[in-house]
Ligand binder design. Structure first.
Ligand code: SF4
Ligand code: MG
Length: 321
């Protein structure tokens, strides 16, 4: 199989507690029946507004959160119910890079120690070997020995993200889930970190799930892109295809908000009415129908299937049935 990771019918719900006794009064379907795969060596972009379930999807497929339903395969092997100790071993193959490197780096530890930690966890017992690897890692992400003895607060945002990336790379992973790794950075720094991720991918044969809230960021790094809305993937296609030939009205609206340099391609701005509905109480039928400029009668009660509308191009919308 050329698929490094695959999820089938993935669901993740969170209980809503309420009342005097903290009784469960409902649930949020953060991820609601999502299926996709990531090929070895590719980058799959996953895009959507905040709260659409993209981070939860990323954490659930790494089993940092337990799925409510569905199946997860890694290198063709089902890992959905893999016991904790086996999962721990597998975790060195699948790492995560977080949006806010500052929050995810221990402020009381020097960078050296931060980078040694995953090595210790994964059984590199020789301290000389660890030190050597730490130096290597710093170099890989464009930092050096001098940085090893410093604390996270002594770095800029971009440098901290480099440390976060170095930490994820420490144990030679195959898959990296990067959850909005550049969202907190200045635009000028964003492209540096994106370029670094691209270079590292080539050098170390990495596969990425790259999560972002806007389509502009993932365009140049992704081979394919999936768009999420209220816990579901509503469209997925090759990157070029998605940007030039979007099918789903939600994707079209998102794209119309991305400035593009090519004037011929400038889309008319689509303004969506209303806010994203609460995932605790999503609309029936097509969850996008309350805001969709193309909504039809059936959209309010019939859920569109996610299906292939052109070769390799998937969408969930009644316009294409
Ligand atoms: Fe719009 Fe209907 Fe398509 Fe949903 S199914 S995106 S409401 S046209
Ligand atoms: Mg998020």
């Amino acid at each position: 199989t050329d698929r490094l990771l695959e999820v089938e019918g993935l669901k993740k719900s969170f209980p809503i507690q309420g009342g005097a006794f903290g009784k469960q009064i409902g649930e949020v379907k953060a991820v609601d029946d999502v299926s996709f795969f990531i090929k070895k060596g590719e980058t799959l972009g996953l895009v959507g507004e905040s709260g659409c379930g993209k981070s939860t999807t990323g954490k659930t497929l790494l089993r940092l959160l337990e799925p409510t339903e569905g199946k997860i395969y890694f290198e063709g092997k089902e890992i959905t119910n893999l016991p904790k100790n086996e999962m721990r071993r597998l975790r060195r193959e699948m790492q995560m890079v977080f949006q806010d490197p500052f929050a995810s780096l221990n402020p009381r530890h020097k960078v050296e120690k931060i980078l040694e930690e995953p090595l210790i966890v994964h059984g590199v017992t020789d301290s000389k070997e660890r030190k050597k690897r730490v130096r290597q890692l710093l170099e890989i992400v464009g930092l050096n020995d001098y940085h090893a003895k410093r604390y996270p607060h002594q770095f800029s945002g971009g440098q901290r993200q480099r440390i976060g990336i170095a930490r994820a790379l420490a144990v030679h992973p195959k898959l990296i889930v990067a959850d909005e790794p550049v969202s907190a950075l200045d635009v000028s720094i964003q492209s540096q970190v994106l370029n670094l991720l691209k270079d590292l991918q080539e050098e170390f044969d990495l596969t990425y799930l790259f999560i972002a809230h806007d389509l502009g960021v993932v365009r140049h790094i992704s081979d394919r892109v999936g768009v999420m809305y209220l816990g579901r993937i509503v469209e997925l296609a090759d990157s070029e295809e998605l940007y030039e030939n979007p099918k789903h009205p939600y994707t079209k609206a998102l794209l119309s908000a991305v400035p593009v340099p090519d004037v011929d391609f400038q889309k008319e701005r689509v303004i969506l009415r209303g806010d994203v509905p609460s995932p605790a109480n999503p609309p029936a039928g097509c969850a996008f129908h309350t805001r969709c400029p193309a909504a039809m009668e059936q959209c309010a009660h019939k859920r569109p299937l996610f299906k292939e509308v052109e070769k390799g191009h998937y969408a969930a919308c009644h316009l294409y049935e």
